[in-house]
Design a protein around this ligand. Sequence first.
Ligand code: HEM
Length: 433
Amino acid sequence: MDPIKGLPPGPRMPRALQTAIWSRQAQWFLEQSRARFGRMFTVKIAYEGDWVLLSDPELVKQVFTGDPRVFHAGEGNQILRPILGENSVLVLDEKKHIAQRKLLLPPFHGERMQAYGEQMADIAAREIESWPTGVPYKLRPRMQAITLEIVLETVFGVHGGERMGPLREALRDFLDLTTDPKVLLPVLAVGPDRINRIPAFRRRTERVDRLIGQEMAERRAAEDLAEREDVLSMLLLARHEDGSPMSDAEIRDELLTLLVAGHETTATALSWAMERLTRHPEKLERLRAEVEAGEEEYLTATIQETLRLRPVIVVVLRKLTEPVELGGYELPAGASVAPCIHLIHRDPEIYPEPHSFRPERFLDNPPGTYTWIPFGGGVRRCLGAAFAQFEMAVVLRELVRRREVKPASPASERPFRRAITETPRHDAEVILN
Ligand code: HEM
């Protein structure tokens, strides 16, 4: 059969209304649309164009294994370019993207994570021991404090010393830029190319640039550079295919990309893990017992189940540079295809009782490449996936071993959209003992 030219059907509400619902009630919107239109439907989002949502693993596979020249991910992230810079792996496509990705991959190799274990555990333990007892306490901001500290030590390689405080402050301020509507709306309004000419915007990125510049200069001259394990040191020694080193601008852009991509996402996933576990005390108890016994399986399954049931990001996007045949349609260039993490993860044919939190489901069934996609897939799959899961395991291990945790209220927390992540509405509020 000839493919149908054009976009599959979808909700007929005006674009502005679809955008509003998308930003406040994404899950509901996706589920309603899937029930009505099936495994492929089109939604219309302001500034973003048309998204063809996909919730069939076979279609998702076709996108993730598709030609990177046709399926552009960087193009959809242009709003981040003035903030992260033009070398950021997130905003590039095709050859330039692969070149940066290759430079970044070695420090994020699965086995290398072990080197960070002790530092991560010390940071987590210090923070967790400082939390108050017996009063309602929001975990999400504290998880952010832990993940920021971990980035400072493992990515930037800054451990104590006089630069730690100012760098921490500057990075926090920088992170606000990426979630502040007062910043993002002007970027959308004037376009990513002109925003850098606005002095108020420049001032906010200059401080962080200066501090990172100082750190790079000092590190380059450090005698132990070759032995250091942190990502910055490894990038200083990394070489392009032609043998040339990375420029300061490239390293700056990638360090900030890793910070932005890895900090809030991991903190949010950790918050969800505790939100879900505290609503299932028998599972929390099993986790504690297994962790005490030095076993890893249930911990790993708990992390996989958390990321299945509460994925931090609900869709990933690829913008088409030319017409593409997919699922019986010939989709036009300029549209985006969007493998839908949320819908794939809630499909009862893939996951029986999809709404239940059951880490056990992963104990004998490892997650599938196209059915468990919290980190996206293909050549754009999250670079920090191994890092994030390792970090989650370290932090959860320290937490369940050290503290008793109960929910502050028995009701489950609903998802709430913060910039692009879906966070627990009450910031994973718990009572610790
Ligand atoms: C639980 C935590 C995390 C989640 C849920 C997450 C999720 C994602 C997702 C969905 C993507 C897009 C993938 C795609 O388009 O197919 C992505 C990309 C990316 N993530 Fe993560 N991420 C997490 C943690 C991290 C960490 C810790 C780092 C680094 C330290 C990181 C670095 C990146 C980078 C650099 C990209 C862009 C890759 C590329 O375009 O080639 N992420 N992440």
